[in-house]
Design a protein around this ligand. Sequence first.
Ligand code: HEM
Ligand code: H49
Length: 356
Amino acid sequence: MIEQAKQFLVQCYQELEKSESELYERIYEVEKEIEETGYYTHTYEELEHGAKMAWRNSNRCIGRLFWERLEVKDCRHMDMEEEVAEALTDHIREATNGGKIQSTISIFKPKTEASEIRIWNHQLLRYAGYETGDGVIGDPASVELTKRAMELGWQGKGTSFDILPHIFHIDDRAPVWYDVPEDAIEEVELRHPEYDWFRELELRWYAVPIISDMRLEIGGIDYTCAPFNGWYMETEIGARNLADDFRYDLLPVVARKMGIDTKRNSSLWKDRALVELNQAVLYSFQQDGVSLVDHHTAAQQFQVFQKNECKYARQVTGDWSWLNPPVSPATTPIFHQSYEDRMDTPNYFYQSCPFS
Ligand code: HEM
Ligand SMILES: N=C(Nc1cccc(CNC[C@@H]2CCCN2)c1)c1cccs1
């Protein structure tokens, strides 16, 4: 622990341009706290900069240019269910910001022998998935969690776009669930700039992606409950969530409405439906004034991030297979470069499923 703490403090204080004496005083303080309690408590400044460093180190993230602009909400003092639930709803409201989305992270108390908070949701906003005799209604990716929610007493409306409740547990207490207040949920109804029939598909998606199941590690301390959001890249919605045949599987219906022969691969019906689906996402979010970035702009911004990091003599690590957008990857500069996929800390990590 002490080694990880020291390594973090040295880099963090150097980046924050603190003096040597401040650094050594802090290291001494931290050593004492670790000797006495086995852990140490980050100052708000260390927490804030650590969360930003973790974003900067996220190898799979194309959106890292804006790593220094992250709103860090310190929720480490909370250990009652009601206040955690309220903090999650506050996060959604503040991040949404009327459509001008703000990158935000809410950091709850870290894991110790005696305590841990885990959110069961993958994202604070996500649609339920109901398994029926002939297929899934809603998001197949949510079938497991939807079952757990219903076992806990939650009742969904049964539509394809029911927002799941927040489910979490604190320490070894039973899990609780809270519906997300409707007035906190911003969604975009999907329409297409040319195809008027598109709105008849009655498709929609929520405005803000808020990842709530990853662990933030800073200097040896594990924040197992630290939901964070940015804004979407359109391909996430248009090329994956709505297109994957194991998600909403919409390419066949879009291609058919476009009048393309879906019997032959060589008609490229999947590719043409894909582009129009992504065009609809871009158009609808822009019309509604909700932040979103297209994959070409995002890739260009990532190039600027790489140039900036060079100036600070920091290597940009990356996971090439995730950095490439799923639509037209070879038309972006990322495709024609390679990246070392080394996991530096601070960083965001996967963690065990809290309910399986
Ligand atoms: C500001 C706008 C942002 C955009 C457009 C963006 C874009 C993306 C995209 C497209 C992915 C790939 C996701 C997927 O394919 O499922 C990703 C991954 C990731 N992003 Fe960002 N991001 C943004 C902000 C953030 C922020 C604020 C954080 C954390 C503070 C973050 C941390 C991550 C992490 C940890 C991953 C990898 C997730 C995994 O391994 O499953 N990103 N990002
Ligand atoms: N735009 C975003 N997308 C994103 C970022 C991290 C993780 C994810 C979810 N990735 C896992 C999903 C589900 C399987 C494949 N994709 C999405 C952001 C979410 C939170 C901050 S930015």
